[in-house]
Design a protein around this ligand. Structure first.
Ligand code: SF4
Ligand code: SF4
Length: 183
């Protein structure tokens, strides 16, 4: 399980925020990032609003927002920014800080992200059925998405018994090494 101590979390926050603050300073609010964002309809603050909030120091409000957790890292915003700001990278850094600080984020997103990574680390790839069961138990929503998952299982689109990929051991080692760096 991903766990950070308070000291580790504070140092991650400091390091990442220095980078984020330097980057967002260049934003001039053209809105291109928001216009191309496929997840914006799920966000509570649009990508350009997040940039502005960071410019004026509303870091805690951003960290506990849905937007940070629901960004899918498609990189469209980064590709479209005329100021060459890596907005997707900023969202990823913010998510790391939110996880490290154990911030209570909406939509069970932190649980989803943690179980997703643990699943990949164990099996070397996503095993959907196992992941869905673990997530539904952790989120206390036993029937969540079963209307989608069960038909897919019956058609053989999702494996019921999880299988490890060939390189699962290496993937697990990479994951553990990465986690040691941020603890
Ligand atoms: S595209 Fe770049 S400059 Fe435009 S609002 Fe977004 S972050 Fe700011
Ligand atoms: S990387 Fe995130 S914020 Fe940027 S366009 Fe994609 S979903 Fe939206």
């Amino acid at each position: 399980m991903i766990r950070y101590n308070a000291e580790g979390a504070a140092s991650i926050r400091k390091k990442l925020l220095e980078r984020v603050e330097a980057d967002v300073a260049d934003c001039y609010q053209c809105g291109n990032c928001t216009a191309g964002c496929p997840s914006a309809f799920t966000f509570d603050y649009m990508p350009n609003q997040v940039m502005r909030m960071l410019q004026v120091g509303m870091v805690d409000e951003v960290l506990s927002s849905k937007s940070v957790q629901l960004c899918i890292q498609c990189l469209t915003c980064t590709a479209r920014c005329p100021r060459n700001i890596d907005i997707a990278g900023i969202f990823e850094d913010l998510k790391t800080i939110a996880v490290a600080q154990n911030i209570d984020v909406p939509e069970d997103a932190a649980t989803f992200n943690r179980l997703f990574l643990e699943n990949i680390a164990k099996y070397g790839r996503l095993t959907e059925a196992m992941f869905l069961v673990r997530f539904n138990i952790a989120a206390m929503k036993p029937m969540n998405d079963t209307d989608l998952g069960l038909p897919m299982m019956s058609k053989g689109k999702i494996e019921v018994i999880p299988r490890k990929s060939k390189g699962a051991g290496e993937v697990g080692r990479i994951y553990r090494k990465a986690m040691e760096k941020v603890r």
